[in-house]
Design a protein around this ligand. Structure first.
Ligand SMILES: Nc1ncnc2c1ncn2[C@@H]1O[C@H](COP(=O)(O)OP(=O)(O)OP(=O)(O)O)[C@@H](O)[C@H]1O
Length: 263
């Protein structure tokens, strides 16, 4: 059983390698021969017009597409920390712990603020009350929520604002010590101030995590990410340093998208 996917600390191996990946929903092919090497400790943004396959690709990275009966990888491979994640002996629970996910619409559990974070720890076998207490505090501090909620940890998470709930979901994700965090439009339902807080958080978090973010917000991709991948109709059109993609794109279609020509 494969039980460790931690990135190679020498950084010789990219956090995620996608090689000739093809993906279909039933007979409809939506990803075409994607090749992408995602570096550890950076923020990589997936951009492109609606329906180009960004979320599908993101969801391949921790195999949550497996839950859709018609979904199938029909070619190629994805390696996380050098390990092919399609291996039959891969522990899926471990994969999803190492490659955590934050969704567009925040989805805290119908539990207290404290239990939202403690739940994942308990599921993974943590029994020590003091370790759980310390982790809850640490994670809430990382997402800059501790001061707001320290006096109401036992109250329902649903009492928080939308932006606070999204940051709680990020705290919940990091509690189980992922290496990689996938974010699918994490700010699209947030107001500008909450968006700014999440963006600041992302920049802070990349010291410790590899982050892949799907965003429709080009200004956000340009502000936050180190690398940008532009997709169109299921193909990876251009990938590079974010500054290069936004300032000197090499492919005319990228330039047209970046400059607001379509999408
Ligand atoms: N569960 C599904 N079953 C069938 N087709 C799907 C499913 N989910 C997505 N698709 C199709 O796959 C293609 C890629 O969708 P996907 O959601 O990955 O694109 P996207 O670039 O993330 O779009 P958006 O920016 O609108 O979220 C689209 O044509 C979409 O209609």
């Amino acid at each position: 059983m494969v039980s460790d996917l931690s990135p190679d600390q020498t950084a010789a191996v990219p956090a995620i390698e996608i090689e000739n990946l093809r993906f279909s929903y039933g007979t409809k092919q939506v990803l075409h021969d994607i090749n992408l090497s995602i570096p550890a400790g950076q923020i990589t943004a997936f951009i492109g017009p609606s329906g180009c396959g960004k979320s599908t690709l993101l969801r391949c990275l921790n195999r949550i597409n497996d839950r859709i009966p018609s979904a199938a990888i029909t070619g190629g491979a994805i390696r996380v920390g050098g390990i092919d994640i399609s291996r039959t002996d891969l522990d899926l629970q471990m994969l999803r712990r190492k490659v955590g996910m934050v969704f567009q619409k925040w989805n805290p559990f119908p539990k207290s603020i404290y239990d939202n974070i403690a739940y994942g720890l308990r599921i993974h076998g943590e029994k020590s009350r003091s370790t759980i207490d310390d982790t809850v505090e640490h994670c809430l501090r990382v997402v800059a929520l501790w001061d707001d909620v320290k006096d109401r940890l036992k109250q329902s998470a649903f009492g928080l604002s939308g932006g606070q709930q999204q940051r709680l979901c990020i705290a919940r994700t990091i509690a189980v010590k992922p290496d990689i965090i996938l974010m699918d439009e994490p700010c699209s339902a947030l107001d500008p101030l909450s968006t700014l807080k999440v963006e600041e958080l992302l920049l802070e978090m990349k010291k410790d995590y590899t982050i892949v973010i799907v965003t429709h917000n080009l200004a956000q991709a340009s502000r936050c990410s180190d690398k940008t991948a532009f997709f169109y109709l299921g193909e990876l059109i251009e990938y590079g340093e974010t500054s290069q993609i936004f300032q000197t794109p090499k492919v005319p279609r990228t330039e047209s998208y970046i400059s607001g020509g379509f999408g």
